[in-house]
Each structure stands twice: as structure tokens, then as C-alpha cells.
Write a protein that binds this ligand. Structure first.
Ligand SMILES: [Zn+2]
Length: 619
């Protein structure tokens, strides 16, 4: 018995080790002690970084991001923003006009590896460090850095003096180690968009003028000492005369962001069985009323997300007025605050949902923006539809995709987010097409499998940087269907879905319906037949790549499962055992979850005398 147990333990540990070897991940433990001078807008301080190399590779170099360097005339971000066909209105040529005391920079003053000075070189927003001693597999090293930064005038996301008058939006504000994984280094020059980071812990001390209130990632460790901003609403606490040091801790995150303003009010709402949600905003005519109402929606949104997509794992989250729109960070978001209630609730829902996909799953949003933004958009829409009791059809996302197809600007969505030719193609691919990817997956595998799979995906891959194939594998295991074709067509190509009803032929007691695959993208087909007596029947045609059938989604709708449609076949004929005079309507995909670019040929109304029919709208 003992031997058997020992054997089992040995086998189990072998399995665990090989699983880790296959998908290892690096780890970074940051300890930062910084001071922000609110007169010069400069941050000075120290950063101690303990880096664990869990890869099988010996590392001779490491790379850091120095994001603030993007906010300088002539930077790659400046050039990109001035030359892209459809520039972001918040950026345009603003970087090119920054003066010396308005630009951003991050300067390394000294850098040591395990106590020894090391060589480094800065190129734009990337710091390349040549190690004195290579980091062996499974070894760790400690970097000690002194740095100075100038906080730029707010151009995009980070910076000082936002349009709404928030003093400091401190995001991507520290030298941040680039991620290294099985694909190598992810040290991309910052030109506009998404971020990626190394899993780890942050212990951050920020010293600032005592009139400022700070909201940020993680949990404040010394609220008793700080008090200001953390007192009950309406009460005034006398401010200390010297500067204050705010001490935050955040464990198992990939980033640390914060914002500071002297006017912030600080309020808290509790999610039952969920996190404490902290709100920081400037009170006023354009904010107070809506931010007061926002709390209730935020609590409901967390409850919906916890139940539907998996439990938020941290005990705190902060919604902070700052930035220039809405942007997700670890355990917090910065959003602009002077919005209508519906806009404020919408941006909160989107950014909070990011905690699941960018925060906890933390897939590489630079490489697969759709895998984060699309999932975020989708889950936030599902939640809002549930809370506001609205239809859950994601029609906005579908319409965005159809409009992109019509514009002729569509590009494959699986490309580095910075490299899309236009902002429009990036935006629609990442957000709308990412959301359609999921709603359409419901159509393929059925609603019950879909929601089961979403929970399983989150619980399997949280804190592990999943890749798109990892998601699809979970969905394959949950549904028992093969789905790689779907991932490949939707994200790697611009092939489109278009199915149509080609013709209807009638016998004395049977009707033959021929369907046609007009587009190149193969899909399973739901065909709803409405009979003259008002009853309906759903004909389900699986596509052969799926190696399985979608289970019936409704217990009340009668359904006929037909033979598979091989994906190479341009047409498919099915037999309905009734004469044509007893059929009144045929409709492909009545649930409208298939992103069919031409729905005109999906529907056919039949009249009693009709014996044969050629759809005149078909080309
Ligand atoms: Zn987003």
C-alpha cells in the first residue's frame, strides 16, 4: 500500500514537472521606493528587482521598457502618430510639440546585478542590459537600479494634468522588465497600444506632498498613517506638514499603476463574497452624482463576472478618475470621469472585465489584442445586458465587423497590435471581432458548452499567460468537438462567411432544399423551417471538421440532425418530408450568431404555388 502510494506520488510529480516545463513562466519581485516632486514633476527613486529565470534557457541579456521615453519629439510613437492614416485624436502631432519641461523620460542613473555594475544601453523605450553574469536556468538574480523620470504632460494614458484636471496618471511609470517566454523576449518599442508583463509581486513606497491622495494597484499598507483621503466622507483631517509616504503591496500581478490628485474623494463599496471596490474621483457637478450611482453598478458587475466567468481572485479593486478614456491595470483602472451615467457605467464594466482577461489570465495583448479586448468587450456586454435587462445579441460588435468588411480595410486580426495599418482595422479586429469570435462560438458548440468552457478556461489558465490555442483546447475538451479550424479561419485570415439558399425543388410529398456556401469560411448550419400551420422545425447540419455535433440548445424547439457537410462541398441538399405547399419560410441561422456577411440570401419566403425557385438576389 505504502509503495503504491509512493509510486502514485512519483508519477504525479513527474506529470506536474513536465507540465511546468512545457509552460514555464518568469517571475519578478519589485521593491520600489520613489518620491514624486509635485513642483518639478520628477520621480526619483530606487528599484530592487529579484528576477527568477524559470526558463530552460541561459539569459545573457535582459530588457526593460522605459515607456515615458515615447513622449519626446521624434520618438517612434510621435512618428507613428503623425503618419498613420487615421491618427488617434488624443495624440496626432502633440508629441512633436512638447517642450523640454513637458516631455517624458526615464533615465537609469545606476544599475547593478548582484552588487556589480553592469552595462546597459537605451534605444527609444527599450533598455537593453548586458549581464555581468548570465542567469542560468532555474536561477535568480537581483538588479538594483536608481532612476529618475520626468512625468510628461498627458498625451496618452500616462501623464500630468489630464484634460479633466487630474494631477498625475502614473501608468507605465517605472522601468518595467519585459516578459520572456517560450516565444522569446517581448521587448517592443512603445508606439501606441497594448502591454504585457512578468508575473510577480510589487512592494511600492511613494513619497509625495501631503495634500495629495493616491489610488492605485494593490492594498495600502499604512492607512492609519496616511488617513487623508481615507477618512469618512465629509470629515476633514488635519494634514501633516511634511511629505507622506504611501506604502502599497500587490501580490501576483503583472504591473503596478497609480494616480494622485489633491481633490480626490475616496469611497468604498463592498461586493458580497467579492472584493472591496475603492473609488477615487474629483467631486463636482459633472461627477459626484454619477460616481455615487456608479458604485451599485460596479458591485452588480463584479457579481455577474464572478458567477459567469470565474471568481476575481484579489480582495481589492480601485476605480480611479484619471487617464484619457479608460485603461485597465492590475487591480485597478483609470477612467475619465466627466461622463453621462450610461457612459460611465459602460467604461467601468469594460475596464473591470479586463481584470479577468488582461489581469488574471494575462494573455499577451500585444500579440493577440483580440484575445483580451474582444473577451473583455464580450463579457462586459453580457453583464450589462443582464443588469439592464437588455437583449444579449452583441449586435453592436457584429455591425462593427460588417462595416469593416464593407470599408475594405480588414486585415488578419492575429497580428501584433502595433502593426495594423489603420487604427480602425485594429480597433474593430480587437474589440468587435474578438467579441463576435465568442458569440459565434456559442453558435458552433451550443450555449451550455460555451459557458461551461469559459469558466473552465479561466480556472485552468489563470495566472499563466494562455495562448489562443490553449483557449480553443479547453473549448474542444468541453464540447467534444474539434475547433482549430474555427480559430484559424477567424483570426489568421480575412475569409468571410456567406451561406445562402440556392434553390427549392418539390416532389408530390417532399421538398428538396439546396444550400450554398458562397463564402470561403465553412460553418455548421442551423436551418429553421416554418410550416404553413405555424409550427417550426430546426434542421442542423454539422460541418465535418468539427468531428461532433452541437447539442440541442432548446428543449421546446424540435430539431433534426442531418449528415455532415464536408467543408470542400460548395452545396448541400436536404430533404424535408413535406410538400412545398406546406412550407412557408426557410431561414439559415435564425439566431443570427453567425457573422454571415450577406443575410439577404439566408431567408426565403415560399408561396403555396411555388414549385421551383431560384433566388434572384444571388449572384
Ligand atoms: Zn479594453
Amino acid at each position: 500500500m505504502y509503495r503504491l502510494i509512493l509510486l502514485c506520488i512519483t508519477l504525479l510529480s513527474v506529470t506536474l514537472i513536465s507540465a511546468q516545463d512545457y509552460r514555464w513562466q518568469q517571475r519578478a519581485e519589485y521593491t520600489m521606493d520613489v518620491r514624486l516632486d509635485v513642483k518639478t514633476h520628477k520621480v526619483t527613486g530606487t528599484q530592487k528587482l529579484v528576477y527568477y529565470n524559470n526558463s530552460p534557457d541561459t539569459l545573457h541579456k535582459v530588457y526593460y521598457h522605459l515607456y515615458f521615453n515615447a513622449f519626446q519629439p521624434g520618438s517612434m510613437m510621435d512618428v507613428r502618430s503623425r503618419t498613420i492614416a487615421d491618427p488617434d485624436g488624443r495624440v496626432t502631432d502633440r508629441i512633436s510639440k512638447l517642450k523640454g519641461d513637458e516631455i517624458g523620460y526615464q533615465r537609469v542613473q545606476s544599475l547593478k546585478q548582484d552588487g556589480k555594475d553592469i552595462h546597459y544601453h537605451v534605444e527609444g523605450t527599450i533598455l537593453e542590459v548586458t549581464l555581468a553574469k548570465p542567469i542560468l536556468p532555474k536561477a535568480k538574480t537581483t538588479f538594483d537600479m536608481k532612476f529618475e523620470s520626468q512625468v510628461p504632460v498627458q498625451i496618452r494614458r500616462s501623464g500630468r494634468n489630464s484634460r479633466e484636471g487630474i494631477a498625475y496618471s502614473m501608468t507605465q511609470w517605472y522601468p518595467k522588465l519585459a516578459e520572456y517566454d517560450f516565444q522569446g523576449w517581448h521587448a517592443y518599442q512603445y508606439v501606441a497600444r497594448e502591454f504585457h508583463g512578468v508575473w510577480g509581486d510589487f512592494d511600492v513606497k511613494i513619497t509625495i506632498d501631503p495634500t495629495f491622495v493616491i489610488g492605485g494597484t494593490g492594498k495600502l499598507q499604512n492607512p492609519d498613517k496616511i488617513r487623508h483621503g481615507y477618512e469618512k466622507a465629509g470629515t476633514k483631517v488635519s494634514r501633516p506638514s511634511g511629505e507622506l509616504t504611501w506604502h502599497f503591496l500587490a501580490k501576483n500581478v503583472t504591473d503596478f499603476a497609480w494616480a494622485a490628485d489633491p481633490d480626490y474623494v475616496h469611497e468604498i463599496a463592498l461586493v458580497p463574497d467579492g472584493p472591496e471596490v475603492h473609488f477615487f474621483y474629483q467631486p463636482g457637478e459633472k461627477t459626484t452624482e454619477n460616481w455615487t450611482k456608479l458604485k451599485e453598478y460596479t458591485v452588480k458587475h463584479f457579481q455577474f463576472m464572478n458567477k459567469t466567468f470565474g471568481k476575481y481572485p484579489y480582495d481589492i479593486y480601485s476605480v480611479i478618475q484619471g487617464g484619457d478614456g479608460g485603461m485597465e491595470y492590475a487591480m485597478c483602472t483609470l477612467i475619465t470621469g466627466e461622463r453621462s451615467l450610461s457612459s460611465l457605467v459602460g467604461v467601468m464594466a469594460h475596464e473591470v472585465s479586463h481584470s479577468w482577461y488582461q489581469g488574471v489570465l494575462a494573455s499577451n495583448e500585444s500579440l493577440y489584442a483580440w484575445f483580451d479586448e474582444g473577451f473583455t468587450d464580450f463579457s462586459a456586454d453580457e453583464s450589462m445586458a443582464s443588469i439592464l435587462n437588455e437583449p444579449n445579441d452583441h449586435s453592436g460588435s457584429y455591425n462593427g465587423y460588417f462595416a469593416l468588411v464593407r470599408s475594405g480595410l480588414q486585415e488578419p486580426m492575429n497580428q501584433h497590435s502595433d502593426h495594423f495599418t489603420t487604427n480602425r482595422a485594429y480597433g474593430t479586429s480587437a474589440y468587435s471581432m474578438g467579441a463576435v469570435f465568442l458569440h459565434q462560438l456559442k453558435y458552433i458548440i451550443g450555449e451550455a458548452n460555451f459557458y461551461k468552457g469559459m469558466l473552465r478556461y479561466y480556472n485552468t489558465w489563470k495566472f499563466r499567460h494562455p495562448e489562443p490555442i490553449d483557449f480553443i483546447r479547453v473549448m474542444e475538451k468541453t464540447s467534444g468537438m474539434q475547433l482549430k479550424w474555427y480559430l484559424s479561419y477567424w483570426v489568421n485570415t480575412t475569409k468571410r462567411i456567406d451561406y445562402g439558399i440556392k434553390n427549392v425543388l418539390s416532389d408530390t410529398d417532399a421538398t428538396f432544399v439546396t444550400l450554398e456556401r458562397v463564402g470561403e469560411f465553412p460553418m455548421p448550419i442551423d436551418l429553421l423551417v416554418t410550416y404553413a400551420d405555424g409550427t417550426t422545425e430546426l434542421f442542423y447540419i454539422p460541418m465535418n471538421e468539427m468531428l461532433g455535433n452541437k447539442p440541442a440548445e432548446s428543449t421546446t424547439q424540435s430539431r433534426v440532425e442531418l449528415e455532415t457537410w464536408p467543408w470542400v462541398n460548395p452545396t448541400y441538399t436536404l430533404k424535408i418530408n413535406k410538400p412545398v405547399k406546406s412550407i412557408s419560410k426557410l431561414e439559415i441561422d435564425p439566431s443570427m450568431r453567425m457573422a454571415d456577411i450577406n443575410r439577404k440570401n439566408n431567408l426565403m419566403e415560399l408561396s403555396a404555388e411555388m414549385k421551383a425557385y431560384e433566388d434572384p438576389t444571388r449572384k
